[in-house]
Design a protein around this ligand. Structure first.
Ligand SMILES: *[C@@H]1O[C@H](CO)[C@@H](O)[C@H](O)[C@H]1NC(C)=O
Ligand SMILES: *[C@@H]1O[C@H](CO)[C@@H](O)[C@H](O)[C@H]1NC(C)=O
Ligand SMILES: *[C@@H]1O[C@H](CO)[C@@H](O)[C@H](O)[C@H]1NC(C)=O
Ligand SMILES: *[C@@H]1O[C@H](CO)[C@@H](O)[C@H](O)[C@H]1NC(C)=O
Ligand SMILES: *[C@@H]1O[C@H](CO)[C@@H](O)[C@H](O)[C@H]1NC(C)=O
Length: 390
């Protein structure tokens, strides 16, 4: 079988339907290489890919795409390809750290998942190739997933185009068989995409952000934005002792800025916890009350009960504020804005710079990719491995 035909199978060439063109080539498009170091995690809240490329079938000479991939993120999109303007498509993503391929072709959707967890923070060699009617996913030299597709080659349109994208999909209305969180805090390097030399396009207005050299588990806030949630997403138990527990870990002596805030939709924040770089203090403000704790410990725990907030910083430091004018657990369950890294709509924002190695609410890890809003500069699942000590 000629390599071109196989490539067509890989890319699911089949129907002749022409779907809407989602790729576009807007005025602000920037060109970049598909073979360099690419940080996929800089487009929060959009299904659109970070970058995409296209080619005529006649240019396709190879049946495989290969790249190195590194992430600590359990879920997100990595690679997308389509033909016929998006009518036939292919998606490679991760779910629970495990690779998953989904394919939509004519009116059929297919999904297959398996293989080792890839979200261990190490670089993995990934290869996608076509073998006859099968698409094979290889990780570190071992075939881990095989998906059979009985394509009808007669339906192939040799004058058509293929499109590829990284970190998102090109057809906004695309319905996956098994919906996947789009955002992927991961990096790709050394990509070879069907051996094409076409440059990739990106419409990101900011400069593309690079990847950290070494990574560790955590959420990194570079001091330019915040992530916010609705507190009602983490329901409180209505007990007197402790209704809500928020746990944050990290090397607090390297933090600077607002670690956490809690506020109602309108008005001043109810609670702010700020790491003050100059004084090396952690300032806790609850309504009109203020407490200070010494920076240094690696764990911060906040317990909200009906009429009080307790802040425990390390083993030794504890501060308690009481306020009986409100039932704070009722307020929490109704929905307060819980923000990490700043105060929403702050006129002079003091955004957090630092790594939070763990964020938990009521014992559950908080996934910043699932925030109501998250600034693109925040890395949801990775921090630089050795934060520079102050
Ligand atoms: C791809 O095909 C289109 C129309 O069929 C043509 O205009 C264009 O020049 C082709 N591009 C390349 C790189 O061959
Ligand atoms: C990949 O492209 C290069 C040049 O662009 C060419 O020399 C090489 O033969 C191609 N490899 C395959 C497998 O098509
Ligand atoms: C093949 O694709 C070209 C370009 O996308 C399109 O103009 C043409 O109508 C298609 N032909 C068939 C048979 O679908
Ligand atoms: C906070 O609540 C948790 C769980 O209820 C409890 O284990 C912990 O000791 C409490 N911490 C403080 C400072 O009250
Ligand atoms: C938070 O959730 C509550 C109920 O679940 C809802 O009434 C409220 O509007 C939400 N607030 C925001 C800011 O989304």
């Amino acid at each position: 079988m000629g390599s071109r035909e196989v490539a067509l199978l890989l890319l699911l060439c089949m129907s002749s339907t022409q779907a809407a063109d989602g790729g576009g080539s807007g005025a602000r498009m920037k060109l970049t290489s598909g073979g360099g170091l690419i940080n996929l995690g800089q487009r929060w809240g959009s299904k659109s890919p970070l970058m995409h490329t296209r080619a005529n079938f006649t240019e396709v000479t190879s049946i495989k795409s290969s790249f190195e991939f590194r992430t600590l993120d359990p879920e997100g999109m990595v690679f997308y390809g389509d033909t016929n303007g998006g009518a036939d498509w292919f998606v490679l993503g991760l779910r629970g750290g495990v690779p998953e391929m989904q394919v939509g072709k004519a009116n059929t959707l297919t999904s297959v998942a398996g293989g080792p967890k890839l979200n261990d923070g190490k670089w993995h060699q990934v290869e996608l190739r076509s073998e006859g009617i099968f698409v094979v996913l290889e990780v570190d030299g071992t075939a881990v997933l095989v998906l059979g597709l009985h394509g009808n080659r007669e339906d192939c349109n040799l004058s058509g185009q293929i499109r590829l994208s990284l970190g998102g999909i090109l057809v906004q209305e695309l319905e996956l068989l098994n919906p996947l969180q789009t955002e992927m805090d991961g990096c790709v390097r050394g990509g070879n995409w069907l051996n094409l030399s076409t440059p990739w396009e990106t419409d990101l207005s900011e400069e593309l952000r690079s990847c950290f050299t070494e990574i560790q588990k955590g959420s990194y806030f570079p001091g330019t934005g915040l992530a916010l949630f609705n507190s009602s997403d983490f329901p409180a138990q209505q007990t007197d002792e402790s209704g809500v527990e928020v746990k944050i870990q990290g090397l607090s002596s390297t933090w600077s800025g607002i670690v956490l805030s809690l506020k109602a939709a309108q008005g001043e924040p109810v609670l702010t916890i700020t790491a003050q770089e100059q004084t090396e203090e952690l300032t806790v403000k609850f309504g009109t009350q203020t407490g200070t704790l010494k920076l240094g410990p690696h764990s911060l725990a906040l317990n909200l009960s009906k009429y009080a907030v307790k802040v425990e910083f390390g083993q030794q430091q504890l501060t308690t504020f009481e306020d009986v004018t409100q039932n704070w657990l009722t307020m929490w369950n109704k929905g307060l804005v819980l923000a990490f890294g700043g105060v929403p709509e702050d006129s002079s924002p003091y955004y957090l710079q630092g790594c939070l190695t763990l964020i938990q609410v009521n014992g559950q890890d908080v996934d910043l990719d699932r925030a109501l809003h998250k600034h693109n500069s925040i890395s949801s699942h990775s921090c630089p491995a050795s934060p520079s000590p102050k």
